[in-house]
Design a protein around this ligand. Structure first.
Ligand code: SAM
Length: 217
């Protein structure tokens, strides 16, 4: 495992800060606007994609981080929900959230998004919020996600893009110096990662420096 992912796997202090903020909409909305010029309501809205997964279906949430996307799941929704991350500290947080919300359909698993242990076509939906910019090779991560999705499966997520302009350079610099941000890319790179991985019907909505996307395998 290399660079930025190794830093996350070791349990970077930024992980706890990030998770504390993203779990609290009253904090993430003003901070998202201030630091990334983004409307984080778009993030929480996209978590609702899980509603469309039929009973018996399977979801991969990678990176699950501290389990923020679990808020869209209910105990009655009987699906297989795999919450995966490279950081055991993050997985412990997710496990705690799942227990608090009584979500016994959630499985937490250590996984490297660039080398997934899952079979081809195992999932109906992959969620990947604030992930691609934290990975060393976002193109390889996108291809692996495509591989484990069924034909017709959906990929829904968000990414901090690098081409937002000078206003966001301090956050890029911070992410690099702290060792929590990978190479990321611009809007064209995101479109290329999706196209090269074989995704179709891509829809990307940009809000400040963050792109919220969905695509079909
Ligand atoms: C900014 S957090 C986002 C987490 C969560 N989706 C959220 O929105 O709160 C980035 C996450 O990526 C995870 N990560 C970094 N490299 C990874 C890899 N190669 N495979 C899986 N997870 C990875 C980190 O451990 C961290 O939990």
């Amino acid at each position: 495992m290399s660079g930025v992912s190794a830093n996350w796997a070791r349990g970077h202090p930024w992980a706890a800060v990030y998770d504390f903020v993203v779990e609290r909409e009253s904090l993430s909305r003003p901070l998202g606007q201030l630091l990334f010029g983004t409307d984080t309501r778009l993030l929480y809205d996209r978590m609702r994609a899980v509603d469309e997964v039929p009973e018996g279906g399977a979801v991969l949430d990678i990176p699950c981080g501290g389990g923020v996307a679990l808020r869209a799941l209910t105990p009655e929704h009987r699906i297989r929900y795999v919450a995966a991350d490279i950081s055991s500290a993050m997985l412990e947080r997710t496990g705690h959230v799942a227990r608090e919300l009584d979500l016994d359909q959630v499985e937490t698993e250590t996984a490297d998004v660039e080398n997934l242990q899952y079979a081809d076509g195992e999932f109906d939906l992959c969620l990947s919020f604030a992930g691609l910019h934290c990975f060393p090779n976002p193109d390889e991560a996108t291809s692996e996600i495509a591989r484990v999705l069924k034909p017709g499966g959906r990929f829904v997520g968000s990414v901090f893009l690098r081409d937002g302009g000078i206003r966001y350079e301090p956050m890029v610099l911070f992410g690099r110096l702290a060792g929590v941000m990978g190479p990321s890319g611009g809007m064209r790179d995101l479109e290329r990662w999706l196209d090269d991985a074989g995704f179709a019907e891509s829809r990307v909505e940009r809000s400040g420096a963050v792109a919220y996307f969905e695509a079909v395998r």
